[in-house]
Design a protein. Structure first.
Length: 198
């Protein structure tokens, strides 16, 4: 199969900007998480709704369910057709946000996602590293109403950032760390360089 490439990082790191630019340059099939198919988009509405109370375990299961449907409906078929697939978030997000941020533990979150995706793993992950305070400042400049996760306290995002760093240290061959404070054009060039190595 052709490569599966994922883009990860804190909210406000520039993932969507990079994903869009990469898709334009490479012709990749670009999908976002949670979402990408009708059922997963419905789940996206649930997990982001600031009016809802969703416990950590339910949150992890909802993300895994959205991911499972996206993989079944869009990701695996695209890979089987020989398309380069680019995902704006994937399992590493759940490991960082729910496993570390919510304190559920990486092993439990990995297990439900392995079940949901049938063990699908990215060939390359581009991790946009940004200081949590910088990411939050970028979010606030967007002018959008913060969603349920974005309303979390600073220590939540610090745990997530640390978890991403730990994941990168554990899997240096898969995870390429990019400096998200660099200009978008420089981040794109570095991402294209990482893609060319595949």
């Amino acid at each position: 199969m052709v490569p599966l490439v994922t883009i990860e990082g804190l909210d406000g790191a520039g993932k969507t900007t990079l994903a869009t630019a990469l898709a334009e340059r490479t012709g990749a099939t670009l999908l976002r998480e949670p979402g990408g198919v009708a059922a997963s988009e419905r789940i996206r509405e649930l997990v982001k709704d600031p009016a809802l109370t969703i416990g950590p375990r339910a949150e992890a299961l909802l993300y895994a369910a959205a991911r499972a449907q996206l993989v079944e409906e869009r990701v695996r078929p695209a890979l089987e057709r020989g398309e380069l697939v680019l995902l704006d978030r994937f399992v590493d997000s759940s490991l960082a946000y729910q496993g570390a941020g919510r304190g559920l533990g990486l092993a439990a979150v990995q297990a439900i996602n392995d079940f949901g995706t049938e063990g699908l793993r990215p060939d390359l992950t581009l991790l946009l590293r940004v200081d949590p305070s910088t990411g939050r400042a970028r979010q606030s400049r967007r002018g959008d109403e913060p969603d349920r996760l974005e309303r979390s306290a600073d220590d939540f995002f610090e745990r997530i950032a640390a978890a991403y760093d730990d994941l990168a240290a554990r899997e240096p061959r898969r995870i390429r760390v990019l400096d998200a404070s660099a200009p978008p054009s420089a981040v794109l060039d570095e991402a294209l360089d990482a893609l060319s190595a595949l």
